[in-house]
Design a protein around this ligand. Structure first.
Ligand code: NAD
Ligand code: USQ
Length: 407
């Protein structure tokens, strides 16, 4: 039982954290944050995300240094070493050696293909996404079982696993009474892209291995992340995080800030009533640290809904329009025919109390943050390739034929 377990094996604060996907947007900010907080950190990344950008002709708004220069800079600024393992977690031999060499007490897994539009480009990208994400996570589960049984898996999931049901969304589980009997069951999943579905498949594999092998795991069903600066990445320009604004990898609020900065109308897809949970990247790093510092018990599969506020696309457009006014920029919006298949007017009310109970102090979206995000986008606006702004991937037109996205 967990009681006797705690008496004999109360885990001391986990010290060695492997950050898979640590060269990406959320992972880079998190790796630096954990290193700054005194954790021993190793980044594991295949750098495949930089390759997608090359292949599709996309680039981050911000110039980003190579992972090697980033880590050298961090070391020279703080004296702290972050270990680096370049490789693909789908390669089990590589992952095994990495586990044996680093011996993590916690693994944070950000290392997936995370764009819904990317997964809907063509058959081969759909298959790549599910292969990369599902097999990568399965390998991580096997590595934990084989080499590091007590290691806590902190896995990035997504709020999009739940879809937009016409009832309140709970944190992972719902208690249902059916024909007079009651049970607490996984909350129904209704994902709406091959990417979001890969996260559903991951959650099922993790649920099963927690039960079957006693793995300890936390699924962080994260909402859409916005922002760019964190305490650590702003220490030096070489530590600057990536900032995606293009139609494939850019996410809603970040895209709108860049659009406003270059005088492009805000691209509201369809009716704009699509409501999602959002959070500041400074809260992403805080949430992951909280999950690591308070590990799941052996065999426990925890699910936290990781976002701080809900907004519809129209509400975001209105906020950015107002922030533009403050800075003397005239911001327009257009309704773009929705390239996705999704509800454009729907009920949405998702619980998000578990991370708050663990101590999360949210950075809510404020006028000042929006002003600074907009100013940040203005600072780099000469780097914007406006041809990358409009959406180019259609949920309905996807087929087996390989596609090259023409700008
Ligand atoms: P990102 O694309 O910026 O970073 C992902 C990183 O993982 C990249 O550096 C990539 O090279 C690496 N990677 C991918 N597949 C790999 C593999 N097989 N082996 C090793 N490395 C691999 O993405 P992000 O925005 O930082 O997202 C990180 C995680 O958080 C993802 O799992 C994503 O689904 C989740 N998430 C992101 C958001 C968001 O708004 N950005 C919201 C909710 C959830
Ligand atoms: N949208 C617009 N205009 C735009 C961009 C997006 O109206 O220019 C709409 C989309 O149609 C969608 C909503 O805004 O309804 C959110 O889209 P998004 O691209 O910001 O986010 P999404 O595709 O859901 O994916 C992002 C991350 C993904 C993460 C997910 C969290 O890329 O990794 O899992 O956010 S969540 O949305 O909660 O599932």
């Amino acid at each position: 039982s967990s009681g006797s377990h705690q008496m004999f094996k109360e885990p001391s604060k986990p010290q060695r954290v492997m950050v898979i996907g640590g060269d990406g947007y959320c992972g880079w900010a998190t790796a630096l944050h954990l290193s700054n907080k005194g954790y021993e950190v190793a980044i594991v990344d295949s750098l495949v995300r930089r390759l997608f950008d090359h292949q599709l002709g996309l680039d981050s708004l911000t110039p980003i240094s190579s992972i090697h220069n980033r880590l050298r800079c961090w070391k020279s600024l703080t004296g702290k070493t972050i270990e680096l393992y370049i490789g693909d977690v789908c390669d089990f031999e590589f992952l095994s050696e990495t586990f044996k060499s680093f011996e993590p007490n916690a693994v944070v897994h950000f290392g997936e293909q995370r764009s819904a539009p990317y997964s809907m480009i063509d058959r081969s990208r759909a298959v790549f996404t599910q292969n990369n994400n599902v097999i990568g996570t399965l390998n991580v589960l096997f590595a934990i079982k084989e080499f590091s049984e007590q290691c806590h898996l902190v896995k990035l999931g997504t709020m999009g696993e739940y879809g937009t049901p016409n009832i309140d969304i709970e944190e992972g589980y719902i208690t249902i009474t059916h024909n007079g009997r009651t049970d607490t069951l996984p909350f129904p999943k209704q994902a709406s892209s091959f990417y979001h579905l890969s996260k559903v498949h991951d959650s099922h594999n993790i649920t099963f291995t927690c039960k079957a092998w006693g793995i300890r795991a936390t699924d962080l069903n994260q909402g859409v992340v916005y922002g760019v600066r964190t305490d650590e990445t702003e220490m030096h320009e070489e530590l600057c995080n990536r900032f995606d604004y293009d139609g494939v990898f850019g996410t809603a609020l970040n895209r709108f800030c860049v659009q406003a900065a270059v005088g492009h109308p805000l691209t509201v897809y369809g009716k704009g009533g699509q409501t999602r949970g959002y959070l500041d990247i400074r809260d992403t790093v805080q949430c992951v640290e909280l999950a690591i510092a308070n590990p799941a018990n052996p065999g426990e599969f925890r699910v936290f809904n990781q976002f701080t506020e809900q907004f519809s696309v129209n509400e975001l457009a209105a906020l950015v329009t107002k922030a533009g006014e403050n800075l003397g920029i005239d911001v327009q919006s257009i309704s773009v025919p929705n390239p996705r298949v999704e509800a454009e007017e729907h009920y949405y009310n998702a619980k998000h109390t578990k991370l708050i109970e663990l101590g999360l102090k949210p950075h809510l979206l404020s006028d000042s943050l929006l002003d600074s995000l907009l100013n940040f986008a203005i600072k780099y606006k000469d780097r914007v390739d406006t041809k990358q702004i409009m959406p180019s991937v259609s949920w309905r037109k996807i087929g087996a034929k390989p596609r090259t996205l023409a700008a």
